[in-house]
Design a protein around this ligand. Structure first.
Ligand SMILES: *Cc1c(COP(=O)(O)O)cnc(C)c1O
Length: 399
């Protein structure tokens, strides 16, 4: 640090310089995040100092968080239960706002583990060794972190030809030490939705928890023309991760974790001796009240209708992209379920590099098989799809 502070002008010129190195979203086809809605930005500013790590001091921000949890519970068909005495469960659903899908997934698995090892709930059978969970091979890399930090074995089930989790593989991996399953509602690479209703049957049969990772899909699937079952309507689903900072158009960091039953939150509690509240069930301590306000504001402002339009827009872009790609000879790996396309393009790594270096397009690559991955977000525009396809045609013709 300098001994003496800089002037405001100097600081901002320094910041603007850095900002110019950031990528403008409009040629980004690789991100699941986007520009936050302007209502979210304003709400974020208004609550910039609110700390949800110390709820007693920020009753207003906390009320907004609970309202978000209530609205998300409604969106995801949480069963209507009333827990008037519980600070964390005043509405029909229990949960809290996280920093994103990663924290939600970590906490969901931590909850499973705590419930089982404390013997409070869950499996009737006793564990004989290291507890394990069974997840699809397509699961987000946040589960690598789960595996690394939780003392839990993470078993990976193979995928079927449509890149959904293979149910026979899941059943084969379940043993006496299994405590839970994970299904993905909108996987990060292919945008595919696992058969959550079938996973639910397997979970109920084997007395396992079932966590649904809908970090991306949570703000997409309910607004599709024919939504597939993925939420609390499916009886075996015990928790859901959903990210307002992706298709929810809120500010970063905004994630959410919802539980079917309050026992999960109880199992995550630690004592907080010097705060205004006695205990805390979150992973992080100090938490942003600003993103709770932002999420609350944008959900109230858009309503179901606004989100439906948002999803319709992204799905129209997706269809336009697929149609155009077919015209120049490239097929999608699967018929897109959501606004994610895995495009079968030969030499995809090289194509990706040239799209970026020559034309400034940011795309990504799926791991297996290697395809060009395109995410069509609210920041993309129809005219950019045409430009992208022209550039893709040029690049692939020359390789
Ligand atoms: C984005 C994503 C995550 C991780 O969310 P972060 O907000 O980046 O922590 C987890 N699961 C899925 C399916 C995702 O798409």
């Amino acid at each position: 640090m300098n001994e003496h502070g800089l002037s405001e002008r100097e600081v901002f010129s320094y910041l603007e310089n850095a900002k110019s190195e950031d990528t403008d979203y409009y040629r980004v086809l690789s991100s699941m995040c986007t520009h936050p809605h302007k209502i979210a930005v304003e709400a974020h500013r208004l609550f910039i100092e609110a700390n949800l790590g110390d709820l007693g001091l920020f009753a207003g921000a906390h009320r907004l968080e609970q309202e978000v949890v209530r609205m998300l519970g409604e969106l995801l068909h949480a069963p209507s239960i009333d827990f008037p005495s519980r600070d964390s469960c005043k509405s029909s659903v229990c949960g809290y706002l996280t920093t994103g899908g990663t924290e939600s997934n970590i906490q969901a698995v931590r909850g499973m583990k705590n419930l089982v090892t404390s013997g409070r709930k869950g499996l009737k059978k006793g564990l004989k060794g290291t507890p394990n969970i069974v997840i699809p091979e397509s699961a987000h890399f946040s589960f690598d972190k789960v595996a690394d930090m939780m003392g839990i074995e993470v078993r990976r089930a193979s995928l079927d030809s449509e890149f959904r989790v293979n149910l026979a593989s899941v059943e084969k991996l379940i043993n006496a030490n299994s405590i839970g399953l994970v299904g993905i509602a909108g996987n990060t690479e292919f945008g595919q939705i696992d058969p959550i209703d079938k996973l639910s049957e397997i979970a109920l049969e084997n007395e396992l928890f079932l966590h649904v990772d809908a970090a991306f899909g949570g703000f997409v699937i309910p607004f599709l023309e024919k939504p597939q079952p993925f939420d609390f309507k499916v009886p075996g689903v015990t928790s859901i991760a959903i990210d307002p900072h992706k298709m929810g158009l809120s500010t970063i960091p905004s994630g959410a974790l919802l539980f079917r039953s309050p026992s999960f939150l109880d199992s995550l509690k630690v004592n907080t001796p010097y705060l205004t509240t006695k205990s805390q069930f979150t992973l992080t301590g100090t938490r942003s009240g600003a993103s709770a306000a932002a999420t609350c504001a944008v959900m109230k402002y858009l309503g179901n209708e606004g989100y439906r339009k948002n999803v319709q827009y992204c799905m129209q872009l997706t269809s336009k992209m697929v149609e155009g790609a077919r015209k120049i000879g490239f097929e999608p790996l699967i018929e897109p379920v959501m606004n994610v396309i895995a495009l079968k393009v030969p030499n995809s790594d090289l194509v990706r590099e040239q799209l970026l270096n020559r034309f400034g397009w940011n795309v990504s690559i799926t791991r297996t098989p290697r395809t060009l991955r395109l995410v069509l977000m609210p920041h993309n525009r129809p005219e950019d799809i045409e430009l992208f396809l022209q550039d893709l045609k040029k690049v692939t013709a020359e390789i």
